[in-house]
Design a protein around this ligand. Structure first.
Ligand code: MRU
Length: 374
């Protein structure tokens, strides 16, 4: 991996851009999020293998961001295939798309974005002329950049819609990182917080540490503190007692996939948080773009849950914390039943129960089409 040496240690970047396309070097520049908060390092990804590794290792992470990364990864993977026969090009495209979309199975944004660039390439190939392969590769890049732009805009709109749900003075609890570092814009769950902060609201954010990989402590705390927002990190097992003590006004989290009935799949620990919020009658909001809705899946229990390596639990804190030889189970996501979700905030508006009808209507809105499918 070609590493940019322009490393910023402890500086205050104005905007965190976790992923961008660099035309000058024909590379995808990402922030290596595994190094945060100690080091803000930008890395240039130039091959599809590097991109698959970066997504798999969570150097680039968060549902919308891995969608963008996957789409750009397909473009990298098709480099050098323009000279292939049409059949070989089509086979290579199929293979690259298959490889990229299977790196992480839970966030639907990855397979959705890969499907979009694949469809764009196929449309171009259908013309069958001599330049179709070069055109197909260009179409992949155009579509990937369009997905990135759309996500940026989605984040802004989610922020504006969600801001209406956050009163001045609110104490907001969030889990994992669903902020700028997880998207091409200002985030999903954190977007309403950024918008309210920019409107002058006084907010306090509780950031769940988010075991095992500490995205809340390492990433949410990093980006919110960089932005001058009052953020306090707590261990995951402290959330319920904070709620019992009346210190939390609302919970807002992101999502990796939302089923047609409104069941929400998100970072492991989200369900426990929802249970605690339910008991304490605290609003539990989910913020995500409509690209995270998967109406082809009826209920949350049908969503594939990624299981990750044992070392993340055994050695996640930089030293071994589980005895050698002891079994470890590490599901990366869980499902929160729709009945525990107060509202789902998207770029097209806010859905409230019953979600079946509300989500279907959101998918059909804006362009009046029959809605998206995955
Ligand atoms: O494993 P991660 O760090 O990719 O998990 C991220 C989450 O669970 C986020 O909450 C979700 O992807 C929404 S990001 C806007």
């Amino acid at each position: 991996m070609d590493v940019d040496r322009n490393v910023n240690r402890g500086g205050r970047p104005r905007v965190l851009v976790p992923i961008e396309w660099r035309d000058d070097v024909e590379a995808v520049r990402i922030i290596d999020q595994t190094l945060l908060p100690e080091e803000l390092r930008y890395v240039d990804v130039v091959t599809v293998d590097q991109m698959c590794e970066a997504i798999s290792k969570l150097r680039v992470r968060g549902a919308p961001a891995i969608g963008v990364a996957g789409a750009l990864g397909v473009y990298l993977g098709m480099r050098g295939h323009e000279g292939d026969s049409a059949e070989a090009f089509a086979r290579a495209l199929e293979d690259v798309c298959q490889r990229v979309s299977s790196v992480r199975p839970t966030a639907v944004n990855l397979s959705w974005a890969v499907g979009r660039v694949q469809a764009a390439a196929k449309r171009e190939m259908a013309s069958g002329d001599a330049y179709a392969k070069a055109g197909a590769r260009a179409a992949i890049l155009d579509e990937a950049l369009a997905i990135m732009d759309e996500d940026r805009r989605c984040c802004e709109l989610i922020g504006l819609h969600g801001a209406e749900l956050i009163p001045d003075g609110a104490r907001v609890l969030t889990h994992c990182n669903a902020g700028a570092l997880a998207t091409a814009g200002i985030g999903t769950a954190l977007a309403p917080i950024y918008v309210r902060h920019s409107q002058g609201a006084r907010l306090k954010v509780w950031a769940d540490e988010t075991r095992p990989l500490l995205q809340g402590a390492r990433l949410t705390a990093y980006e919110l503190s960089q932005a001058g927002i009052d953020v306090t990190v707590i261990c995951d097992n402290m959330a319920a007692s904070l709620m019992a003590a009346g210190k939390v006004d609302l919970v807002i989290v992101g999502a990796d996939r939302v089923a047609a009935n409104g069941d929400v799949c998100n970072k492991i620990g989200t369900y426990g948080l929802a249970c605690a919020a339910w008991v304490h009658q605290i609003p539990f909001y989910v913020a995500c773009p409509t690209s995270t809705l998967d109406l082809s899946i009826r209920r949350g229990e049908d969503i594939p849950i990624e299981e990750r390596g044992q070392e993340e639990v055994a050695c996640g804190l930089g030293r071994r914390t589980v005895p050698e030889g002891v079994a470890i189970y590490n599901p990366a996501f869980d499902v929160t039943p729709a009945r525990m979700v107060t509202a789902i905030i998207t770029e097209r508006g806010i859905a409230r129960p019953p979600y079946g009808r509300g989500l279907a209507r959101l998918m059909q809105s804006e362009d009046g089409s029959a809605g998206k499918t995955h």
